[in-house]
Design a protein around this ligand. Structure first.
Ligand code: SF4
Ligand code: SF4
Length: 143
């Protein structure tokens, strides 16, 4: 991968490896969401998709995710409208909006755990939908 490729390429120009490396592994997009009927605001709950390994924040079947979970957000550079469903910390959303990667991003730190150490990710905060249906709100979409 080119050094600092995210500064020199558009999302559409990136290789598959570069594209995938933008994901910081926060798993926030793998949480169920709630919409406030009155305000239209959307919130992430602490209930995770059945395919999320909540101990690692990784998908248990990433290759078949779209087939197995219809609501899975499969991101593509030519479908930026989907980015609106991502948290404000997500690299795809940040770069699409012309912002830079945050200091805690694994591509900046060289440490895949830096997203967890910074408290950004879902690690330690969520439960699988296979275990419970009781939820609380974690954060507002976009925060
Ligand atoms: S919200 Fe963005 S950075 Fe986090 S897991 Fe989803 S795609 Fe990756
Ligand atoms: S299928 Fe995998 S990538 Fe998609 S929401 Fe579920 S855990 Fe996340």
């Amino acid at each position: 991968m080119d050094e600092d490729f995210w500064k020199n390429k558009t999302l559409a120009e990136m290789t598959d490896a570069e594209w995938e490396s933008l994901c910081d592994g926060c798993a926030l997009c793998c949480l169920h969401k709630l919409e406030d009927e009155d305000t239209g605001e959307i919130f992430f709950t602490d209930i995770a998709c059945r395919l999320l390994d909540t101990s690692t924040c990784r998908c248990k079947d990433y290759g078949a995710r779209a087939k197995k979970v219809k609501s899975c957000l499969v991101l593509k550079p030519d479908a930026p409208e989907v980015f609106a469903w991502l948290p404000g910390t997500c690299a795809y959303r940040l770069l699409a909006d012309g912002a830079d990667l945050p200091a805690w991003h694994p591509l900046i730190t060289g440490n895949p755990d830096s997203v967890h150490e910074a408290g950004i990710s879902a690690m330690g905060k969520v439960t699988s939908e296979t275990v419970t249906t009781e939820w609380t709100v974690l954060r507002k979409l976009g925060d």
